[in-house]
Structure formats: structure tokens, C-alpha cells
Design a binder for this molecule. Structure first.
Ligand SMILES: NC(=O)C1=CN([C@@H]2O[C@H](COP(=O)(O)OP(=O)(O)OC[C@H]3O[C@@H](n4cnc5c(N)ncnc54)[C@H](OP(=O)(O)O)[C@@H]3O)[C@@H](O)[C@H]2O)C=CC1
Ligand SMILES: CCCCCCCCCCCCCCCC(=O)[C@@H](N)CO
Length: 329
């Protein structure tokens, strides 16, 4: 028995060490002084909170969105957070990130002409329209992928070459905890966020040997204008399931996203559920320790997850029962 345990510990220790030494070194930055940070969706919610934090850390900031009213207000708020009001520059650019590639590329060229090479790109523009799939407007099904996936893929395609050439840069993808588990009512939305995750994990492998890093964020429900809006039409079942992970503040999520990227994390997670879900379903080699934990916890966390999933199916069945009762009355 003792020998068996010793063997397991040795094998796991060796696994942890092999991973530790075969990974590229973490690139860690203390602040963003004089760096150019671009944030799509930086005029509201999580993106705005991330922009404010970047300004506090000394960055020149470009925020991207469509509504110039929201962008102007955001620029004022971000400017007020700059630690060096005289030298830091904050600008907005009106761009629809679902535009065709050429238009996005042109816009990114002009952004770099104005404030210099992009050091950090945070792809935060996104939104969720909930509902059962067969009741979802086909245009919305397409919009969820256009905005959440292509709205991340195209801007990233624009900056990658320059970053690789300069051999420095940070990219953040904002996915969702709903990209780790399928949830009633998030059908159209989650497709885009799962795609973002697939893209991230492949690009991360393509960055091997460079100092460019990509961080994949998995926020849970976060109290933003976008969340308030989606909540208006959200099925009760979706609210109950999604609520399991709690409601978080955009300031906390935006701030942590920046710091996770600066400290070279591949995943940025914000709640216990996020930690458990990435432990179970995550594909990154975040660290040797993470992989050892995955191996050790796999069966236990999987059993917990099956229990959780069963309870989610019960929520859906209860909802169905209630709807049938209303119909027969
Ligand atoms: N809040 C939550 O519960 C969660 C959010 N997320 C993700 O986090 C990100 C931010 O969400 P949140 O802060 O809640 O959203 P908000 O709705 O508060 O902000 C969305 C931002 O994206 C911009 N935007 C939307 N569509 C486009 C477009 N086509 N082109 C350019 N900019 C656009 C908006 O500006 P404008 O409308 O002017 O274009 C706004 O600045 C999204 O990707 C979302 O999916 C993930 C998990 C949970
Ligand atoms: C063993 C593991 C146990 C884990 C428990 C599982 C909990 C699942 C909760 C999923 C929450 C999804 C939130 C998505 C928010 C989002 O993307 C929208 N608000 C869109 O804006």
C-alpha cells in the first residue's frame, strides 16, 4: 500500500515537473506604462471596467464600440482614472466588429497610426440573446456567432502578425462559463462562446516560442447593462441554472482579467464554479500543478458535475410541469 502511494506521488510529481519545464516561461508585466491597450466593447460593462484598470496602470487606451454617445462618456471616465493625466492618451473609435475583415483591418491600421503599436487587445464586445433554439430568430442565431466569434477572430487576426514581429503582446478573449457546459436557453449564444474557446486554445499552441500570450476568460453572470438587458427576456430555467455561479461585479471581473493577462495566465476564472469547470473540462497546460490537480480530482469532480447536471435537468423538468399546469387550467 505504502509503495503504491509512493509510486503515484512520484509519477504525479514527475508529470508536474515535465510540464513545468516544457512550457514557455511565463511573461509577467507589472504595469502598462506607455503601452497601447485596445478594448473592443470598452464603452460598457466588463470592457469599460477593464479599460479603467488599464488606465490606472498607465496605458494609452483605445475603446471600440458602435454608439458614440456611450463611447464619449466612457472616454471621460477612463481619462479620469489615468494615473498620469498629462501623458496618457485615451481615444475612442466607432467600429462595428461584425463588419467585414477589410473594414476592421483598415480601422486597426488607423488605430495604430494614432496611438502606436498595440501591446494588448481585449476582445470584450459581445452579447447574449437567450431563448429556446427553435423559437430563436434565425438572424439572431447568426448574430450570436458574428458578434461573439467573428467579432473576436477578426480583430485578433489584425494584431497577431505585428505582435509576433515585435515578439511581445497580450490578447484576451472573453468567453463565458457557458462555454464549459451547455445550458438551457443559451443555445444560440453558447455556440459563439465555445467557438471562441476553440480558437483560443489553438492560437495558444501557435504562440509557442514567442513572447505573445493569450488569456481566455470565462466570466459567470456579471451585473452589467448587457446583463440587465438579457435578463429581460431570459427564460426562468436559464436564470436558475446560470444563477448557480452567482452574480459578479464588472469591476472585479474587468480588473482580474487584466491582472491575469499581465501575469501570463492562460485561463481567467472568477468563481468556484469556474475553477471546478475548468478543472474538469479545461484543456490548457496552465501549470504542472493544475494538471496534477486535474488528474487527482477527475473522478470526484466528475461525480459532482453529474449531480449538478441532474439538478439542472430537474430545473428544466419543473419548468415544463409548471407550463403544462398553466395550459390545462
Ligand atoms: N455580463 C455577463 O453576465 C457576461 C458577459 N460575458 C461577455 O462579456 C462581454 C462583455 O459583456 P457585458 O459587459 O455584459 O456587455 P455590455 O452590453 O455591458 O457591453 C457590451 C459592449 O460591447 C459593445 N458592442 C456590442 N456589439 C458591438 C459590435 N457589433 N461592435 C462593436 N462593439 C460592440 C457595446 O457597445 P455598442 O453597443 O455601442 O456597440 C459595449 O461597449 C461580452 O462578450 C459578453 O458576452 C460573458 C459572461 C457573462
Ligand atoms: C463540478 C462542477 C460544478 C460546477 C457547477 C456548474 C455551474 C454552472 C453555472 C454556469 C453559469 C454560466 C454563466 C454564463 C453567463 C453568461 O455568459 C451570460 N450572462 C451572458 O452574458
Amino acid at each position: 500500500m505504502f509503495i503504491y502511494i509512493l509510486l503515484v506521488v512520484l509519477v504525479l510529481g514527475a508529470l508536474g515537473l515535465v510540464i513545468h519545464f516544457s512550457l514557455d516561461k511565463k511573461v509577467i508585466y507589472k504595469d502598462l506604462k506607455d503601452k497601447h491597450v485596445v478594448i473592443t466593447g470598452g464603452s460598457s460593462g466588463i470592457g469599460k471596467a477593464a479599460a479603467v484598470e488599464a488606465a490606472r496602470l498607465g496605458a494609452h487606451v483605445t475603446v471600440i464600440g458602435r454608439d458614440t454617445g456611450k463611447l464619449t462618456a466612457a472616454v471621460a471616465e477612463i481619462t479620469a482614472s489615468c494615473r498620469d493625466q498629462k501623458n496618457q492618451k485615451v481615444q475612442y473609435v466607432a467600429l462595428d466588429v461584425t463588419s467585414d475583415y477589410k473594414a476592421i483591418e483598415k480601422c486597426f491600421v488607423s488605430i495604430e497610426e494614432k496611438l502606436g503599436p498595440i501591446f494588448m487587445l481585449i476582445n470584450c464586445a459581445g452579447m447574449c440573446i437567450c431563448g429556446q433554439f427553435e423559437k430563436t430568430d434565425p438572424d439572431v442565431i447568426k448574430q450570436m456567432v458574428d458578434l461573439n466569434y467573428f467579432g473576436t477572430a477578426y480583430p485578433t487576426r489584425c494584431v497577431l502578425q505585428g505582435m509576433k514581429k515585435r515578439n511581445e503582446g497580450l490578447i484576451v478573449f472573453v468567453s463565458s462559463e457557458a462555454a464549459l457546459i451547455g445550458i438551457y436557453g443559451y443555445s444560440a449564444y453558447s455556440a459563439g462562446k465555445w467557438a471562441v474557446r476553440g480558437l483560443a486554445e489553438s492560437v495558444i499552441m501557435e504562440l509557442v516560442g514567442t513572447n505573445v500570450r493569450l488569456t481566455l476568460a470565462f466570466p459567470p453572470d456579471t451585473d452589467t447593462p448587457g446583463f440587465k438587458n438579457e435578463d429581460l427576456t431570459k427564460p426562468e430555467e436559464t436564470k436558475l441554472i446560470s444563477g448557480t455561479a452567482g452574480l459578479h461585479s464588472p469591476d472585479d471581473v474587468g480588473k482580474q482579467m487584466i491582472h491575469d493577462a499581465l501575469t501570463g495566465k492562460t485561463y481567467s476564472v472568477y468563481s468556484v464554479t469556474g475553477t471546478l469547470l475548468t478543472l474538469l473540462f479545461g484543456g490548457s497546460l496552465e501549470s504542472g500543478m493544475q494538471v496534477v490537480l486535474q488528474v487527482l480530482s477527475l473522478s470526484v469532480v466528475r461525480i459532482i458535475m453529474v449531480g449538478v447536471l441532474l439538478s439542472f435537468y430537474n430545473i428544466v423538468r419543473d419548468g415544463l410541469k409548471k407550463k403544462n399546469e398553466v395550459k390545462t387550467k
